[in-house]
Design a protein around this ligand. Structure first.
Ligand code: MG
Length: 164
């Protein structure tokens, strides 16, 4: 099959929605990350930045891979010991954070520091996904990092666009 960029983006946006993530959730994190540096910042500027990030093929590849692994773990379809490592969100697994580095690095090193920050503080939808993963049968081992990385890269893009 011919996989166009447009097809990839449409599929990734649908996957995010299916897995309980709205673009507005990501936009809110970007706004909160950048508002103290840019007094004139608007939600529209942040939403445009999220859309820029979600238009990149590196991002599509990470979303398709991570979400697929989350869904397979949720259905108990992976082989052991990978099944348990992902389903339990084992803190020593670490491949979820590594997978999304390609997203963090899209707009320079601010993306990486922002990612570390949201990974620790778990704002908004990231915290909600983390709790859902622990309290229900859902698995969001990769999704929380995907969202954190998309928000971090979008915040970085906003910062670069605002620089003089
Ligand atoms: Mg994770």
């Amino acid at each position: 099959m011919i996989v166009t960029k447009e097809y990839m983006k449409t599929r990734c946006l649908a996957l995010l929605k299916e897995r309980g993530v709205e673009i507005a959730d990501i936009t809110q994190i970007v706004y909160d990350l950048q508002k103290k540096y840019i007094p004139t910042l608007s939600m529209d500027i942040c939403e445009e930045a999220v859309d820029r990030v979600l238009s990149k093929r590196e991002v599509h590849n990470a979303i398709l891979t991570g979400v697929e692994l989350d869904m397979l773990a949720e259905q108990g379809k992976l082989s052991e010991p990978l099944q348990s490592l992902i389903d339990e969100d084992n803190p020593l697994f670490g491949i979820d954070e590594i997978l999304v580095l390609s997203i963090c690095n899209l707009y320079g090193s601010i993306g990486l520091t922002n990612f570390g920050y949201v990974d620790k503080t778990k704002p908004g939808i990231i915290g909600r996904l983390d709790t859902l993963g622990k309290t229900t049968g859902h698995c969001h081992t990769f999704m929380d990092d995907i969202i954190g990385a998309v928000a971090a890269a979008a915040a970085s893009s906003v910062a670069h666009n605002n620089a003089l």
